[in-house]
Design a protein. Structure first.
Length: 174
């Protein structure tokens, strides 16, 4: 049989099990419901690509944080809860660990949960050139070997950057 414990911050009105079931026992003013029909299993809100959450008196709480705070302890303001296996629906206490935001992000990259966006070439929002410009620059450079000729057509690009583009030190993907 599942054992329930008082939910931290809502001890008088809600209980929680170690597997993440939340049950409301009383109303907001703390009046206990003697009838079993008033005991209500709190529904988890599942949204695509989001963590399971529970609504308690119109405030949303992430289930993994409720579990950690109830069974392990307080979460400092500069810390986050990491799911060790990367599965946000696995709320097992052995799968939750306290870490910094930086550690959590590193974990996401090393486990493949997050990947760096492809920001090469004209996909980069800061790019001043497009693929056709780069190809044109390289064609002129191959014909003339003169950066000054290219600089006259592209005055907004420094000579150093023009040389780096033409010699394929940058814009390698083109």
């Amino acid at each position: 049989m599942t054992q329930f414990y008082p939910l931290k911050g809502h001890e008088k009105t809600h209980t929680i099990s170690k597997c993440g079931r939340v049950i409301r026992l009383a109303n907001k003013s703390g009046v206990q419901h003697s009838s079993r029909r008033w005991r209500r299993d709190w529904e988890l809100k599942h949204y695509q690509h989001e963590y399971p959450r529970v609504s308690i008196y119109n405030k949303m709480y992430m289930l993994h944080r409720l579990l950690y705070e109830t069974f392990v302890g307080n979460i400092p303001k500069d810390k986050q809860i990491n799911h060790i296996d990367g599965n946000k629906y696995n709320h097992s206490l052995t799968n939750l660990e306290l870490c910094t935001g930086s550690e959590n992000l590193k974990h996401a990259y090393t486990t493949g949960l997050r990947t760096a966006p492809d920001m090469n070439g004209d996909l980069n929002p800061a790019a001043k050139l497009c693929k056709d410009d780069v190809l044109n620059m390289r064609e002129i450079y191959n014909d003339t070997r003169s950066i000054k000729t290219i600089a006259s057509k592209y005055p907004h690009i420094s000579n150093t950057n023009l040389w780096r583009i033409c010699t394929r030190r940058t814009w390698k993907s083109v």
